[in-house]
Design a protein around this ligand. Structure first.
Ligand code: ATP
Ligand code: MG
Length: 553
């Protein structure tokens, strides 16, 4: 089965949808939803689900709702909802409708009444602990609650009094009456409503009972006319419950639940609970710390929507859980920025170079191209003068064989400028190099004189024309590939994952950088302005290095 009219590689969900369309199932409609719980910021795993749900709708002229699964008020907040909307929109997706599970609280209540009337639900007075004990195990059937055979009339009465607030939290729950002996534990009379006296960010204090996730989700899907309810693999065992609820009730439709493997990305964590812990325990500066695998963190680090979408397409959709290497995500952002980022020069750890034979007050405005392959990026002016700064690392007193950078008596080309030769090293009393004396060859601007070619090219800035910036270099947040599998993931946080350089010198054009600009700082990596940046204190983040030079130890 081919995915219609796209060149995208197919996967099993594309095939299911294409097949349904060919059979005119759901009257040829495709309706999906992305249903986050607003209890944290979205992470790269959610991006996979977003691309899949919105992508499936887009590819098939369908609809995709953003639905907040807001049934757990004590952990949820407006801040999280706003961040989720911002992140989905930033990725470039438009939801057809914005919905909330809480929009359906009254429907959900009435459907529960319907279940009770059909003798398919009962109010139970067992405690949470007792319910757990009665549930049985994988090898042992569960035990029926003494309340299981309460009369319909009594159940209706108790349930309405639960709603009315006559009981304390935990005093009763409403349970679906399915099968305590089912081999699937999810079908052993799961709780569908519990009493919780908590304020809800949308419904306020209107409710003191809240519906459980499994019960809420399938009904919300049905109310919205979802055709393909795509979720992650851990819900496979819940599918019989999803189907059971919809089979018992008179809902507008019965969506098909389809499960796929969640993203697991090496050297990071994709669990909102654990990410929350990193934030609250100050291992990172916030949900948008550039080391975080959150969409907000990736955005702040300089990742683009395109790179994240490319990544999600590249890793594919399967039913097998597997770990994806961080290198795959880094590859996607490098590809995008290599094509689309402006080139500029910045010296991270400056070393002063005085060009002894260059006129004292002369300034040359050199024209340097903004992208080696893309002429449409144009050129910029880079001032050149007698005193420049180069990268400390680009000079060596004891150069190894075939050294391509600067050393005494050797020549190197300054990017977009002249060839210089190092004549002398100036040191302070501690023997530290503080300055190089070099000479330039005026015949070498933009070309090599016959028979001569400098071995290497280094980047530089004119000292008088440069600006100071702080540059933040990030490394992976964890020291092991699968921090999630550690007994305590906090023990493997990489404490060296942030290096702050405060005396970097950047070329003049970078003073005008905006948060949406992306740069390749020649020879150093890809960078973008950080949200901490102010006109008086420029701050840049390294998004990714130029090459995959991350070594496993
Ligand atoms: P977390 O464990 O991070 O809290 P969750 O599954 O509880 O994740 P939800 O807000 O319920 O978070 O997720 C919204 C949607 O995103 C769900 O459909 C869920 O299956 C999907 N999703 C969550 N994590 C991943 C992941 N790592 N890979 C793919 N999809 C994911
Ligand atoms: Mg969840």
């Amino acid at each position: 089965m081919q995915t219609p009219e796209t060149s995208l590689p197919t996967h099993f969900i594309r095939q299911i949808v294409a097949n349904d369309l060919s059979e005119n199932k759901n009257n040829g409609k495709v309706a999906t939803r992305f249903p986050p719980e607003p209890n944290g910021y979205l992470h790269i795993g959610h991006a996979k689900s977003i691309c899949l749900n919105f992508g499936t709708a887009l590819e098939n002229n369908g609809t995709c709702n953003l639905r907040f699964d807001d049934t757990n008020p004590e952990k949820e907040s407006i801040e999280y909802m706003e961040s989720i909307k911002r992140d989905v929109a930033w990725l470039g997706f438009e939801w057809t409708e914005l919905r909330h599970a809480s929009d359906y609280f009254e429907h959900l209540y009435q459907y529960a009444v319907e279940l009770i009337k059909k003798n398919l639900a009962y109010v139970d007075s067992l405690s949470a602990e007792e319910i757990r004990l009665y549930r049985g195990t994988l090898t042992q059937a569960g035990k029926e609650s003494p309340d299981r055979n309460r009369s319909v009339a009594e159940n209706l009465d108790l349930f309405s009094r639960m709603r009315a607030g006559e009981f304390t939290d935990g005093q009763y729950v409403l349970r679906a009456k399915i099968d305590m002996a089912s081999p699937n534990i999810n079908l052993r009379d799961p709780a569908i409503y519990r009493i919780r006296r908590v304020h809800h960010q949308r419904t306020g204090d209107a409710w003191c009972i809240y519906p459980m996730y499994d019960y809420t989700h399938c009904i919300s899907d049905a109310i919205e006319g979802i055709t393909h309810s795509i979720c992650t693999l851990e819900f496979e065992d819940h599918r019989p419950l999803y189907d059971w609820v919809l089979e018992q009730l008179q809902t507008p439709c019965h969506p098909q639940q389809i499960e796929f493997a969640r993203l697991q990305l090496e050297y990071t964590i994709v669990s909102k609970r654990k990410l929350n812990q990193l934030v609250t325990e100050n291992h990172v500066s916030g949900w948008d710390d550039p080391r975080m695998p959150t969409i907000a963190g990736l955005r702040r680090a300089g990742f683009t929507p395109k790179s994240i979408k490319d990544f999600c397409e590249k890793i594919g959709i399967t039913k097998q859980n597997s770990w994806i290497e961080m290198g795959v995500l880094e590859y996607c952002i490098r590809e995008d920025l290599n094509t689309n980022a402006f080139r500029a020069m910045a010296v991270l750890e400056p070393l002063r170079v005085v060009i002894t034979n260059y006129p004292e007050n002369k300034v040359e405005n050199l024209e340097v191209s903004n992208h080696p392959q893309r002429e449409e990026f144009g050129k910029r002016i880079v001032p050149f003068s007698k005193t420049i700064l180069i990268e400390r690392d680009d000079f060596s007193e004891n150069p190894p064989p075939k050294y391509k950078r600067l050393s005494v008596g050797e020549e190197v080309r300054l990017r977009g400028s002249y060839v210089i030769r190092c004549d002398e090293v100036i040191k302070n009393d501690n023997g530290e190099i503080i300055e190089l004396r070099c000479s330039y060859d005026e015949k070498t601007l933009g070309k090599n004189p016959e028979g001569r070619k400098a071995k290497g090219v280094i980047h530089w800035v004119s000292e008088a024309h440069s600006h100071t910036a702080e540059i933040r270099l990030y490394d992976r947040l964890f020291t092991v590939p699968q921090p999630d599998n550690e007994e305590n993931f906090l023990n493997v946080v990489n404490t060296n994952s942030l290096q702050i350089l405060t005396n970097c010198k950047i070329e003049a054009c970078l003073k005008d950088a905006t948060l949406t600009n992306r740069y390749q700082f020649e020879r150093t990596g890809y960078f973008c302005l950080d949200t901490d940046s102010t006109p008086n204190k420029l701050v840049f983040n390294r998004t990714v290095t130029l090459r995959d030079n991350w070594e496993k130890d």
